[in-house]
Design a protein. Structure first.
Length: 195
């Protein structure tokens, strides 16, 4: 009986050993996780390259259009700046010289732009006197610009006297604003909308 027991124990040990080996990986190997397939390399076609080039050209043209528009607005803002005068005077004040120097720079940069210089007065004085004073103011501005080498043919002058007030009031603030020269671009030259 002891030998049967020994045979049974041996047999039981062999089964236990087989189970242990099977549990420790002696069984089937797990399947490896699938690797993602590499994306196919697509060679750009001529159409793709042409589309990218067309888009790049469109973006460059749009940027250039925005740059030209910004430059045009900058120049027109400088040309539209008014200059003011003291009461019953037509000489150019120091603050007006600063404005006129900016205009000289722009007019040199854009030699095909032309202007009309309009002289204005406040309401004090007769119509005839103010028309003459407004003309003296417009001519003083014109002479100033000419003294910096801007050609005479690029300007026209006119006086509106007291006819076109900027502020319609009878006080010093309104009068100071109404004593002025204004500038109207009569030919945009290269600044035109088609540029």
């Amino acid at each position: 009986m002891a030998s049967n027991w020994k045979k049974g124990a041996d047999w039981l040990g062999a089964i236990t050993l087989a189970l242990i080996i099977a549990g420790c990986g002696g069984g089937a190997t797990p399947e490896p996780e699938p690797q993602p397939e590499p994306e196919p390399q697509v060679e750009p076609t001529r159409d793709d390259a042409a589309e990218r080039e067309a888009e790049a050209r469109r973006l460059r043209e749009e940027e250039e259009r925005r740059r030209r528009e910004a430059e045009r607005n900058r120049v027109l803002a400088i040309l539209a700046e008014r200059v003011h005068f003291d009461f019953d005077r037509s000489d150019i004040r120091p603050d007006a010289e600063e404005v006129l120097q900016r205009k000289v720079t722009v007019l040199r940069e854009y030699p095909d732009v032309t202007l009309r210089v309009e002289g204005h007065c406040d309401e004090r004085g007769s119509n005839e006197y103010n028309l003459a004073l407004g003309q003296r103011r417009a001519e003083a501005v014109r002479r100033y610009l000419l003294s910096y080498g801007v050609e005479a043919g690029r300007f026209a002058t006119i006086s509106y006297g007291e006819e076109r007030p900027l502020l319609d009031a009878s006080n010093e603030e309104a009068w100071a604003q109404n004593r002025r020269a204004e500038f109207v671009v009569t030919d945009h030259g290269r600044l035109g909308a088609g540029d």
